[in-house]
Design a protein around this ligand. Structure first.
Ligand SMILES: [Zn+2]
Length: 115
């Protein structure tokens, strides 16, 4: 499942060093936004963006609205049964635990021969 919100760019501030701060608010005006407004009558999303292409994507002068898609992703924790996935530097990219301490790896089995 995903949840979507339609928002407009209410404010943008540019800072030295290229960081941009944007404030988006839920759309409320106009017949085209009536159904959005009844589902989400109020809402604010504030972002501080330092990636230049992403910062440039938000432009208060281009009169665009923004469709925000929200999708849950699983948060992995140590010992929840997930498999080790290397980050290329000896740790698990999902939970940050190092290979020897991560259940299910060969290195872990050597240290814990009883199981
Ligand atoms: Zn892990």
């Amino acid at each position: 499942m995903q949840v979507q919100a339609k928002m407009y760019l209410a404010e943008e501030k540019k800072y030295a060093g290229g960081t941009k701060e944007v404030v988006l608010r839920a759309v409320t005006r106009g017949p085209e936004n009536k159904s959005w407004c009844s589902a989400t009558p109020n809402g604010t999303l504030s972002l501080s963006i330092s990636n230049p292409p992403a910062a440039d994507y938000f432009d208060v002068d281009d009169e665009s609205d923004y469709l925000i898609t929200i999708e849950k992703v699983r948060r992995y924790v140590y010992d929840d049964g997930h498999g080790f996935e290397t980050d290329g530097e000896g740790s698990c990219r999902l939970c940050s635990v190092n290979e020897a301490a991560h259940p299910g790896t060969d290195a872990y089995k050597k240290l814990h021969p009883e199981g």
